[in-house]
Ligand binder design. Structure first.
Ligand SMILES: *Cc1c(COP(=O)(O)O)cnc(C)c1O
Length: 356
């Protein structure tokens, strides 16, 4: 850290992304990407835009807003487009959480929330999940800060049903409630249906997980038009051309192919059921997941050790060192063949261990 670095930033602790190894070919089950390529036509759409890269992209993101609005029967005034939902989260935290407004999040959730609070000097309140790792809405009633939950929750995969989300909204007339739905397509119904009744609700979604576009960096906020206008004011003060033209048209193509989207999601859901069954047969405790990953632990082997042994076998999963989940590994649900290889590798690891 140089002496030039702003003193108020000296304490920040940046987010640690999952490994993206460029050297060796792993079965990659560590960052919740889709195992399937983008929809047909996505590559062509990006190529056509590549020829126009000398021109700026549309700062209003209008064609992409239209495509995203149509998905949920919303108006374009209800949609914000971001360079990944990480940027959407940045804009929300910057717009609504300064000073005393603050942010409260589950203690086990997406690691980016406290990181953003650190960067933006936002007071942060972690709200402990129950011992079964569920979100308990009454826990949020007495907190004055804004609220941000991931649903299904990051790291645990557990889904809070829509009545639970509404319960948090009911307690929260004077604050913003952000529902980060990065994993909603893998199980659960979107809180978008609550937008008409709650002007303080912001639903965040991404094309990175269920729509095979992690490298394209496209995410959304859906909210009341006033909230979106506030967010647009911040976006235009930060990066008006935030969606590059290749990603914009790739995303539109991807959204239009709803059949391929459903096919991919169905495959993941089946693959998840298979994985959970096999892991439980091998003696794992597996949290009930509505996402494209599972959090699992085995009483004979710690999370970090299992992560390292799987890596030796060419399979990458994620080990998170947060105190409450350090005994677990987080396994992204890939295609069936990948999960069969994972199960075989785990059998070998646990069997060798017994032989020692
Ligand atoms: C993956 C993820 C994101 C970030 O998605 P991008 O759109 O790729 O930036 C946001 N929130 C949660 C809970 C996630 O798991």
């Amino acid at each position: 850290m140089t002496d030039y670095f702003s003193p108020d930033l000296k304490g920040i602790s940046p987010y640690t992304p999952g490994e993206q190894p460029q050297d060796k070919r792993y079965i990659k089950l560590n960052t919740n990407e889709s195992p399937f390529p983008p929809a047909l036509g996505v590559e062509q759409a990006a190529k056509e835009q590549a020829a126009k890269l000398y021109l700026y992209s549309d700062p209003s993101c209008m064609p992409l807003k239209q495509a995203a609005a149509k998905l949920y029967g919303l108006k374009v005034e209800n949609v914000l487009c971001g360079n990944g939902s990480d940027e959407v989260l940045f804009l929300i935290f910057r717009a609504f959480c300064s000073g005393v407004k603050g942010m409260a999040c589950p203690d086990v959730s997406y690691g980016f929330y406290p990181v953003l609070c650190g960067l933006l000097d936002i007071p942060y309140t972690p709200v402990p999940l129950k011992s079964d790792f569920t979100i308990y809405p009454p826990d949020y009633a007495s907190i004055n800060h804004n609220v941000c939950i991931a649903n299904p929750n990051a790291q645990t995969g557990i889904y809070l049903d829509i009545s639970g989300v509404e319960e948090i909204l009911k307690q929260s007339k004077n604050r913003i409630v952000v529902v980060d739905e990065a994993y909603i397509d893998f199980g659960g119904s979107s809180a978008v249906s609550l937008l008409k009744n709650y002007k303080n609700l912001i639903v965040v979604q991404t094309m990175s997980k269920s729509r095979s576009l992690a490298g394209g960096r496209v995410g959304f906020a859906f909210a009341d038009s006033g909230i979106i206008a506030d967010l647009e004011a911040v976006r235009y003060s930060f990066n008006p051309y935030n969606i590059n033209r290749m990603s914009m048209y790739a995303a539109i193509k991807s959204i239009e192919d709803s059949e391929y989207f459903s096919l991919c999601v169905d495959k993941i859901v089946h693959s998840r059921a298979y994985t959970v069954r096999e892991l439980k047969n091998l003696g794992f405790e597996v949290l009930p997941s509505s996402a494209n990953f599972v959090l699992a632990k085995h009483s004979n082997m710690g999370g970090e050790e299992l992560y390292l042994k799987l890596k030796e076998q060419g399979i990458l999963v994620r080990h998170l060192s947060d105190e409450r989940i350090k005994d677990y590994v987080r396994i992204t649900i890939g295609a069936h063949g990948q999960m069969a290889k994972l199960v075989a590798a785990i059998k070998k690891i646990l069997y060798n261990r017994v032989q020692e």
